[in-house]
Design a protein. Structure first.
Length: 740
């Protein structure tokens, strides 16, 4: 077998494959760029990316939720100020001693009264009470001269009180003291709060203390120096400041006043069974004489409105039993929770009580003949004198038994009666006592303290002046606490939901609420109780209106996750592709720079490129601004065009209504005429062919049939007969050719 052998090479020559391969150069001179790569392509790519970046603020602006600015710092400051320190009012006490031969000085008496008041004041400051830094002034009125302390800013004339007969009728004494001491109260006494006076007269044997309807009290009797100081301090702290409560005002005590500062008094006369008897009342007379003064006196605390109604077939839910001892039907205090029949007593019928207003019910219940008389038995086994009870925050109920209930129950026919004015007045006096209890005051006219018992004069307005002061202070404190709590809750709610809509109206309500709260604090610090109560009521009402605004209560906001879920399916893929294209183009530009021999590029080239990019970005911003202006103009033009089109559409029926109606009517008439003409033509055609078949020429037939067209003949009729004549002419020719 032949073998292929390679030629032998000299020893000095080695084969090429045995030479080691040299490494390839990084830059091939044949493929290297002679010029630097341009930045046009890179700029175009970056401009697309930059346009997306510029579109982000516009997208965010388009989905932005409108939020009116709220004063969060002021809200936080108000809440911290009210929560950190109990809100207290300035008060002033004036102690007037008559007929005492004091061995102590006026300054010593003043310090003794202050120390005794400090002992009686609670260690924990209560909101709505007087500040512990009481202003006490002492006046000594003896037979020869009058002495007063340096802090007495308003004191009566020397000897003026000695002329008042303090042993007479309490009402007359009260009015006489008011004429002497009344100038020291209110705005006449300057700033620093109301002045409460206690007159102590050392004469007689029996000690008697009376608190009047105004801002003064008097003590008459043989008392020692220590006893006089103790009783004066107790009346000031326990009665004038705390309103007759031993424990003082409770922090945050709830009052039966609506969030908007209104109260609706609903008086209801319920007839349990009208088949036995029917009772009515003259409510208007009672409203004018008894309720009108109370409503006027309570204006600083609440806006009170009154309504009344008479209802029938209103049985109670609880059971009663016959008691031979009392010779009547009895229901106990254990049955009180079940007395009010919520299923059948339809008392909430007031339109004025809607919203956040508070409604208090006062019910006169007239039992049926089956359980008359009906009496309330107390836990001690005795019968209630008023035969009534109250339900906190709801109202009160009086069981009124007719005097002739047994006699009327024996009659077969129901009788109609009207409650007498005297009975109705007694009933409403009980209602006023219940109304006082609902506001935290006692229904009786006695205060039993550690140093003795004091009589409390009642006012025809339901509340005395010093009781109204207590209500104003308590109401101001509670309203400011409620306002701060509501605004704080609103602030936390708004900050926790950044996508919630905040209308301008809410911002205004919050602003006015804070202003009213500050005004209430200012008036309270000056001792103007009524003005502070009114301002605090406005502050609370505005805060409640802002918190319960319909735009907040509605679900008109959505989270940012919702926006992301809506827009990400489109923008996320597009933005990723644009970003990747920009990165890829940047890498390509770097590689082209390497090919051109410039390596990774110098710093100056990068700066030049950055400057070009910035200039291009600036041009893009200018172009975008011009585009926005152009779009605004285009939108305005479109709005105008739409307005013109809308006006044209509105006036189109006026412009074209009559012609369109005529055209429509003419088209219908033309359709009917065409149908009639076609029918006539069909009948005429039936007549034309027989005429032609031997009785005349085709033209004669055409003329004969054409005479059936309406006059003047229509175009349709003429067109039809013109075609028929041609057809008849063709038929004539064919028949003639056949004959030939």
């Amino acid at each position: 077998m032949a073998e292929i052998t390679e030629p032998l090479l000299p020893a000095t020559e080695a084969p090429e494959t045995s030479k080691p391969q040299e490494p390839a150069l990084d830059f091939d001179p044949k493929t290297m760029r002679k010029t630097k790569p341009g930045v046009k392509r890179l700029i175009l790519t970056v401009s697309v990316l930059f346009s997306f970046v510029l579109g982000v603020p516009f997208i965010y602006k388009s989905v932005e939720i409108y939020r009116a600015p709220l004063p969060f710092r002021e809200i936080k400051s108000l809440s911290a100020q009210i929560d950190s320190k109990p809100f207290q009012f300035p008060c002033r006490l004036q102690a007037i001693f008559i007929g005492f031969d004091w061995k102590s000085s006026v300054a010593t008496l003043e310090s003794s009264i202050l120390s005794q008041m400090t002992k009686l004041t609670s260690q924990t400051p209560q909101c709505g009470t007087c500040s512990p830094n009481h202003t006490v002034s002492v006046v000594l009125n003896s037979n020869s001269h009058c002495l007063q302390s340096g802090t007495a800013s308003c004191s009566p004339e020397c000897g003026a009180i000695r002329s008042v007969e303090l042993d007479g009728d309490d009402e007359a004494v009260d009015e006489a003291l008011e004429s002497v001491l009344g100038g020291c109260s209110g705005s006449n006494s300057g700033s620093g709060g109301e002045v409460y006076s206690v007159v102590v007269v050392n004469r007689g044997e029996e000690v008697r203390a009376v608190v009047g309807k105004y801002r003064h009290a008097w003590i008459v009797g043989r008392v020692s120096e220590a006893e006089a100081v103790s009783r004066a301090a107790e009346i000031f702290v326990k009665v004038f400041v705390n309103g007759g409560k031993e424990e003082g005002l409770i922090h945050g005590e709830f009052m039966p006043v609506g969030a908007d500062g209104t109260v609706v008094l609903s008086f209801n006369l319920l007839n349990a069974d009208p088949r036995d008897w029917v009772y009515d009342w003259d409510f208007q007379s009672v409203d004018e004489t008894l309720l009108a003064p109370i409503i006027e006196a309570m204006k600083p605390v609440a806006n009170i409105s009154v309504e009344s109604q008479v209802l029938y077939h209103m049985p109670k839910s609880s059971l009663s039993y016959w008691d031979d001892k009392w010779d009547s039907y009895i229901f106990s205090t254990k049955d009180l929770p079940f007395f009010v029949n919520s299923n059948e007593w339809h008392l909430d019928t007031s339109i004025a009580a809607g919203g956040r207003s508070k409604m208090l019910h006062f019910v006169i219940y007239i039992p049926s003949a089956k359980e008359c008389p009906l009496l309330l038995q107390l836990p001690d086994g005795e019968i209630s004198k008023t035969n009534s009870f109250i339900s906190p925050m709801w109202g009160g109920v009086i069981v009124w038994n007719p005097q002739t209930c047994r006699k009327d129950s024996e009659s077969k026919h129901p009788s109609r009666h009207t409650i007498s004015h005297q009975d109705l007045q007694k009933v409403f006096e009980v209602f006023m006592g219940q109304f006082r209890q609902l506001f935290g005051f006692k229904s009786d006219n006695l205060y039993v303290g550690a140093s003795g018992t004091s009589s409390l004069l009642a006012s025809e307005r339901g509340f005395t002046v010093w009781e109204l002061d207590v209500l104003s202070r308590m109401h101001t404190c509670f309203n400011l606490h409620s306002c701060a709590t509501t605004l704080g809750s609103l602030s936390r709610l708004v900050q926790s939901l950044p996508r919630m809509i905040i209308m301008d109206e809410i911002g205004k309500q919050v602003k006015y609420s804070l202003e009213a709260a500050k005004l209430a604090q200012t008036n309270a610090s000056l001792g103007v109780y009524n003005a502070s109560a009114v301002s605090s009521r406005q502050a609370r009402s505005l805060a409640e209106d802002a918190f319960f605004h319909p735009s907040i209560m509605s679900v008109s906001y959505y989270s940012f996750e919702h926006c992301f879920a809506v827009y990400s399916p489109f923008f996320l893929p597009v933005s990723i592709h644009v970003l990747l294209a920009a990165v890829r183009e940047w890498r390509r530009h770097k590689q082209e720079n390497k090919k051109s021999g410039s390596g990774s590029g110098t710093l100056s080239e990068l700066l030049v490129l950055a400057e070009k990019l910035l200039l291009f970005a600036e041009q893009l911003l200018v172009l975008e601004a011009q585009l926005l202006v152009l779009l605004d103009k285009l939108f305005d033009l479109l709005k105008r065009l739409l307005g013109v089109l809308l006006r044209l559409i509105q006036h189109l029926p006026v412009l074209l209504g009559k012609p369109l109606k005529l055209v429509a009517w003419g088209g219908e008439r033309m359709r009917k005429r065409k149908a009639a003409a076609a029918e006539n033509l069909r009948d005429g055609a039936r007549e034309a062919f027989p005429v032609y078949q031997g009785k005349g020429s085709p033209k004669a037939a055409i003329i004969h049939v054409n005479s059936s067209c309406p006059s003047p003949p229509s175009k349709t009729c003429k067109r039809f007969w013109r075609g028929k004549s041609k057809k008849l002419e063709r038929m004539r020719r064919r028949s003639a050719s056949k004959r030939v």
